[in-house]
Design a protein around this ligand. Structure first.
Ligand code: PMP
Length: 392
């Protein structure tokens, strides 16, 4: 008897429906170009917005930390795994984000799950945008709080949710700062106004805005000049920061509470010294080398304009996350494969990650790419787009 027959059957059904994901092996460093199956391709699928994964200052900081402290920490933070480096980095993050305190989690995913699942109880209600990240959804699944999902960036629906939940002890409105599939920015000023009107609190997941939006990459709150009016900011250290991890920035009491109660924080070992040291150096780079962020935006504008000029549908993107919306799942995957043959790595994204009929090749240019790289990528999009009848 095969105890996994049902799993095999399900896998086969995904394959039949064209919904089976292959893992792509990167055989080089995560740079402007990467090597995949021995072939060099322009990398348009990473979240390495600023190219910091390979920045010499981060490499050096990581190596020095390994030499000084070793490879791992040997414990969770609350037992023997808090190094001076962790605390130094969290003080630095709080100062950078203009908040009282910050606390690092192993990933952005666990930061979202940890915060949402920990601070809410049955007397509370969480009010969440329907397109929020999976980690927010999983955090919500773990709480006993009431829940209300509002239509994507629909402020009327958000207000309705706030009116309907007035008896709750605390209402937590949660939104992504930048939505990862479309690259649109949440209407944070309106969300904050509604929150203030109805006495709710606001949490922003700035995974795709950390290092991308706001002064020196401080995120969506700073971008909209809302410092002090958003209660909880989640950031990731895995994307523009170039390393790994997530953090929550907010009031001291939040940090204190999470240290006592957040299960991903309490029950999982702390970041290795190399990770923390590289993240700390990345924040220094954001502060001292703002030209990297300018290069990112310059590249993003150039590439987005090029795609539009060719006649592609790039949706409502306002950030470097630029979808090329194709619609049909199979055609999108074919498009992505053909791009690779032309030396461009841009992953196709289909249902269930995005709605049926909204399949897309999602592109994210980085600060590391040259205009020649981007010209070459645009030429590949033009060739494949015409061959497959996506543009005329
Ligand atoms: N939030 C959003 C909006 C994300 O896109 C991601 C990463 N896919 C995360 C959270 C999780 O971040 P991390 O990769 O650091 O776990």
């Amino acid at each position: 008897m095969n105890p996994f027959a049902h799993l095999e059957e399900e896998i086969q059904s995904w394959k039949d429906a064209g919904m089976y994901r292959q893992l792509t092996e990167i055989e080089s460093e995560q740079g402007a170009r990467v090597v995949i199956r021995g072939k060099e391709a322009i990398q348009l699928s990473s979240n390495n917005y600023l190219g910091l994964t390979t920045h010499p200052r981060l490499r050096k900081a990581a190596i020095e930390a390994v030499e000084k402290f070793g490879a791992g920490t040997g414990s969770v933070r609350t037992i023997a795994g808090t190094f001076s480096l962790h605390e130094e980095f969290e003080r630095k993050l709080a100062e950078f984000k203009h908040t009282e305190a910050a606390l690092v989690f192993q990933s952005g995913f666990t930061a979202n799950v940890g915060v949402v699942a920990t601070i809410l109880s049955a007397e509370d209600v969480v009010i969440s945008d329907e397109l929020n990240h999976a980690s927010i959804i999983d955090g919500i699944r773990l709480t006993k709080a009431g829940r209300r999902i509002y239509k994507h960036v629909d402020m009327e629906d958000l207000e309705k949710a706030l009116q309907e939940t007035q008896s709750a002890r605390m209402r937590l409105i949660v939104t992504d700062g930048v939505f990862s599939m479309d690259g649109n920015i949440a209407p944070l000023p309106q969300i904050v106004e509604l929150a203030e009107k109805y006495n709710a609190i606001v949490m922003v997941d700035d995974a795709h805005a950390s290092g991308v939006l706001g002064r020196n990459g401080r995120g969506t709150v700073d971008h909209f000049d809302l410092n002090g009016r958003v209660h909880i900011q989640i950031g990731t250290l895995s994307k523009a920061i170039g390393v790994l991890g997530g953090y929550v920035a907010g009031p001291k009491v939040l940090r204190e509470y999470l240290i006592q109660r957040a299960r991903p924080f309490l029950f999982s070992t702390s970041h290795p010294p190399a990770v923390t040291a590289a993240c700390l150096e990345a924040v220094n780079v954001l502060l001292e080398e703002p030209e990297i962020m300018e290069r990112l935006w310059d590249n993003a504008r150039f590439f987005k304009e090029g795609l539009s000029r060719l006649g592609f549908n790039t949706g409502h993107s306002e950030t470097p996350v630029t979808p090329v919306i194709i619609g049909d799942d199979a055609l999108t995957m074919k498009f992505s494969d053909a791009l690779f043959e032309e030396g461009v790595y841009a992953q196709g994204i289909a249902f269930p990650t995005v709605q049926k009929g909204k399949a897309r090749v999602r592109t994210i240019v980085t600060a590391s790419q040259t205009k020649e790289d981007l010209q070459q990528a645009l030429a590949a999009f033009e060739k494949v787009g015409k061959e497959l009848g996506v543009i005329s």
